[in-house]
Design a protein around this ligand. Structure first.
Ligand code: AMP
Length: 216
């Protein structure tokens, strides 16, 4: 399966991508995670990306398309992939179509996760991620025994710099202006499925599986 998880920040793309990746045995390709790793390693890419990410803006299409071309052509993605956070602009979507055509493969589905802005702001203010295993928690829902420790692996939990309320507002504006039009790009191709992402993780996962069932 070759899938895109699409939707605004905080809608649950990363959480659902991790579940699907482990049950379907295909890699979860998160461009946000790749950029954060580059930032933490202090690479040239990381140095360029940090200020842009902290401001809630988008890293340039050229850089992102180069990254995705390389990863999708790698052996790791040969049996399928779940894209999370890419494409985020229409030029990125157009470039992805070309990359996939060059690789002689096609997308199976674009899952469009939808939620109200107020819920995004609420969710992101409570979102923490484990530095060690990458699991994502919501402090309002998950009732962790220790809000600083991952119950899965004991790693340190942290709040992303760009989840601060001012930056979240900016990211929502960027989503509405630059990313939302990507929906129409895929709707025309007939592989876009709208998913109500306001429910629980399990409910959303069930709805995704129902949508994918139509493609299997
Ligand atoms: P995410 O973890 O997907 O929310 O991404 C975090 C940040 O990384 C975004 O706010 C952007 O600054 C940057 N980023 C991730 N993916 C892309 C992309 N496809 N195009 C441009 N910027 C991106």
């Amino acid at each position: 399966m070759r899938l895109i998880l699409f939707g605004p920040p905080g809608v649950g793309k990363g959480t659902q991508a991790k579940i699907l990746s482990s049950s379907m045995q295909i890699p979860h390709i998160s461009t946000g995670d790749m950029l954060r790793e580059a930032v933490s390693r202090g690479t040239d890419l990381g140095k360029k990306a940090k200020a842009v990410m902290d401001a809630g803006q988008l890293v340039s299409d050229d850089i992102m398309i180069g990254i995705i071309r390389e990863v999708l052509a790698s052996e790791r993605c040969s049996a399928g992939f779940i894209l999370d956070g890419f494409p985020r602009t229409v030029p990125q979507a157009e470039a992805l179509t070309k990359v996939l055509a060059d690789l002689r493969v096609h997308l199976d589905a674009v899952l469009n996760l939808e939620i109200k802005d107020a819920a995004v702001i609420e969710r992101l203010s409570k979102r923490v991620t484990c530095r060690q295993c990458g699991r994502i928690y919501n402090l309002a829902i998950d009732h962790l025994p220790d809000p600083l420790r991952c119950p899965n692996c004991g790693g340190e939990l942290f709040q992303r710099d760009d989840d601060k309320p001012e930056t979240v507002q900016k990211r929502l504006l960027v989503y509405a202006k630059s990313t939302s039009p990507v929906k129409e790009y895929y709707r025309k191709t007939g592989i876009l499925f709208d998913i109500d992402a306001a429910g629980t993780v399990d409910q959303v996962n069930l709805d995704i599986r129902k949508a994918l069932g139509q493609r299997l």
